[in-house]
Design a protein around this ligand. Sequence first.
Ligand SMILES: [Zn+2]
Length: 297
Amino acid sequence: MKWEDFRQSENIEDRRGSDYAESGGGGFGGSSGHLGLGAMVVLGIIGYALGIDPRVLIGGAEMASQMASGGAQHQSAAPRGQMGAPKDRIGQFVAAILAENEDVWKDVLPQQANVRFVPAPVVLFNGQTRSGCGRAQSAMGPFYCPEDKKIYLDTSFFREMKQRFGGGGDFAYAYVIAHEMGHHIQDQLGTLSKWQAAQQNSSKVDANAISVRIELQADCLAGVWAANANQKWQVIEPGDVEKAVATAQAIGDDKLQEAAQGRVVPDSFTHGSAAQRVKWLQRGLQSGKISSCNTFN
Ligand SMILES: [Zn+2]
């Protein structure tokens, strides 16, 4: 699949200012331009290599729970970015992957859950910006804000990934977008608000356990997206699933904790163990069905 050939979503709010323009070509996406399922979990490895906690990079529930505890009141007005598909290469890539997510979910969500899909805009920013969930900073990584129903992506971080990892970037970016869109799907299904409310009345340990289930479900929904995108456009190439699984095995909370402190503390997991992430990613992939993503049972 060449993402350049895809429709570009206009549902992008670009707040990056005037310094974002990418030089044409530039190596983004590599020479092949192929986007496969290897995308799914590569970001964790890249974040790890950059010394950034991958749990943050592919997180979002953390932001959501901060919001639920009432920290987002009385924000001054958010800056208004440029609406529409960006002109630069990274922006165009995001617009194409977003369009793929929109085209899958506008069919799948009504068919499988009897819910009409409402697109979630993507806000591109550099450094920091305001969100309906409080101040967004690049160090937080991409996240979904259920208050304003937008996905926030820091493209300066993407650019750093590109500079250090070249053609591997498009895989990672696609996964980020699919996972964050997964949180938006959770929001539309009502599961996000339900479990955030439950978290507020929970101990720290129980709240973390709920976060794990929210994150694993977003992984599964990203798998559902990939399965359906593959059915429509044959995006999955040989070896992609194996690579995705191998990567997921490397970035579970247990592995990260072992690396960081030499021991595993399951109560502090927020994204799930390696085995859990692999299991739920594969569930979504194999079934292509939202109903296979019930991580709360
Ligand atoms: Zn997440």
